[in-house]
Write a protein that binds this ligand. Structure first.
Ligand code: ATP
Ligand code: MG
Length: 261
């Protein structure tokens, strides 16, 4: 037992030890970036998937972790319909050059609702992170669920992320929730790398600028409203893989997002 462990509450010590095990498991990954907003439906999964496949097209080794435990959507966005089922260790699926793991792997039928209370969610996420074999990666992109409680909290505590991309939309409601999201991340010691205003009508809105000012980042990006995102995700195709214009747009965003500030 380490010198200071005897003074710790046993459950707190358990979290620290689990964090160590997760850290060891993810030690072959150079950068881990979360895509997050407390508000649902703003485009977290769309942005996460397209950032991951942009990085892959740029030549990096990339993993995509769907950590939305209630409603995992990444596999549907990618047209992966075979549910893998759970075998330990969990091996990510290779899809168009990107390694993908999803909490959807925990269920045997995609339409089955996951109805778990907080402690079970925390346990399942911890087990999932501890048992997934990513191997060596340049980037792991993590798609978070909405909300500011159990699931996002566990992800922030366990994954030791380099930082977050916070997603918002031109709507005031989205921007207020984006501010909450960034302030939560900061409280947990995770930095905000930049803000993506999704479904934008052009220039960054005043609401999005306020998010940037409050969270202390000048990296503010716009992704335009475009119905083709629906068509791509509904048919299990990725915009930046199929459409060179979309790739150019995300290539610029990713380049600026990851440039040292
Ligand atoms: N730029 C865009 N233009 C038009 N539609 C978009 C855009 N981005 C995302 N969408 C659509 O908005 C819907 C929600 O997107 P998405 O699932 O990525 O959001 P989310 O924040 O991950 O949602 P959840 O909180 O449920 O996880 C989807 O139907 C998606 O196709
Ligand atoms: Mg989502």
């Amino acid at each position: 037992m380490a010198e200071n462990e005897e003074h710790m509450h046993p459950s707190f010590m358990g979290v620290l030890k689990q964090k160590e095990r997760v850290r060891a498991k993810l030690s072959g990954i150079k950068h881990k970036i979360g895509v997050y907003s407390a508000k649902g439906g703003v485009g977290k999964t769309t942005i996460a998937v397209n950032i991951a496949y942009t990085l892959s097209r740029m030549g990096y080794k990339v993993g995509l972790l769907d950590a939305d435990i209630d409603c995992p959507n990444v596999t549907m966005f990618l047209g992966i319909d075979r549910m893998i089922g759970i075998t330990v260790p969990i091996r990510p699926l290779e899809h168009n050059g990107v390694r993908v793991a999803s909490t959807a792997m925990l269920v045997d039928e995609v339409k089955r609702p996951i109805i778990w209370r907080g402690p079970i969610i925390t346990k399942m996420l911890g087990d999932f992170f501890e048992n997934t074999e990513w191997g060596e990666l340049d980037y792991l992109i993590v798609d978070l669920p909405p909300g500011t409680s159990d699931a996002p909290l566990t992800i922030m505590q366990l994954l030791d992320l380099d930082g977050f991309v916070i997603v918002t939309t031109p709507q005031r409601i989205a921007s207020i929730n984006a501010i909450r999201s960034g302030l939560m991340a900061r409280r947990l010691g995770v930095s905000v790398l930049g803000i993506v205003e999704n479904m934008s009508d052009g220039e960054a809105s005043e609401n999005a600028r306020e998010v940037g000012r409050t969270l202390g980042t000048e990296k503010l990006f716009s992704v335009g409203r475009d119905q083709s995102f629906n068509a791509f995700s509904d048919s299990g195709r990725v915009a930046v893989v199929e459409d060179d214009g979309k790739y150019a747009e995300f290539r610029k965003l990713v380049g600026e997002l990851l440039a040292a500030s």
